[in-house]
Design a protein around this ligand. Structure first.
Ligand code: DLZ
Length: 209
């Protein structure tokens, strides 16, 4: 029997992120740790093939703001995709009050709006316990709310919220440990998990198992 049972998951199976659109929403409390987690997340997304133009980054003040932000970002990406469809119909002269151009040739389709809603959202925050019950309330409500958002929307939400009892715990989990061992940057796992879950969700949604 191995000495330690608790292990990171095996992320060696590669998923193709080249066709995925992913949002990262991060809090700004505890910036040093957030910056490192964000860097690890983005590096792993790109390593898995996600294109720069398909990554959208948004920030909010603290972790408590993350669930609403994630929910609105998902909703907004559907609005964007719908607007692109409307642009397309307008370009073809179907719904435009002006109809086709004078020559009768459909106007060219010019759209700068992304056509694809987000395939996954990564929520990043760093909660460090203080001397009151604040930490417990926020950890509890944020984790439940992020779970609710992903179940309500069907879009994978990656739980990138560190809930650390000490500053050292937060540093070690972002690869910034004060000792010789800098620890592991959990942002990398969140990037890999986002690509995997987005790929699964798309495939499962098409009834492919
Ligand atoms: C107020 C507060 C405190 C004390 N600590 C943290 C923290 O460690 N990490 C974090 O992300 N946010 C913290 N916040 C801010 C709250 O999350 C939230 O932004 C405010 O209560 C405003 O809603």
């Amino acid at each position: 029997m191995a000495e330690h049972i608790k292990q990171h998951p095996d992320f060696t199976q590669r998923f193709d992120g080249s066709g995925l659109r992913i949002a990262v929403v991060h809090a700004r409390w505890n910036k040093v740790v957030i910056d490192s987690l964000l860097a690890g997340t983005l590096a792993k997304l790109k390593e898995n093939g996600v294109k720069d133009h398909n990554i959208v980054i948004q920030s909010v003040p603290g972790s408590f703001e993350l669930p609403l932000a994630v929910q609105r970002v998902i909703a907004g990406s559907h609005v964007q995709a719908g607007a692109t469809a409307t642009d397309l119909l307008g370009g073809l002269g179907i719904s435009s009050p002006l109809g086709t151009s004078r020559s009768g040739t459909p106007a060219p389709v010019v759209s700068t709006m992304p056509s694809q809603p987000f395939d996954a959202v990564i929520a990043i925050g760093v909660l460090i316990k203080g001397s009151t019950m604040h930490f417990e309330y926020i950890c509890d409500s944020v984790s439940h709310a992020l779970m609710r958002v992903q179940l309500d929307t069907g879009v994978p939400v990656i739980f990138g919220v560190l809930t650390a009892l000490t500053e050292d715990q937060a540093l070690e989990r972002s690869g910034l440990g004060r000792g010789a061992d800098k620890g592991h940057n959990h942002g990398e796992d969140w990037g890999a998990a986002a690509v995997e879950m987005a790929s699964h969700a798309r495939r499962w949604g098409e009834g492919k198992f």
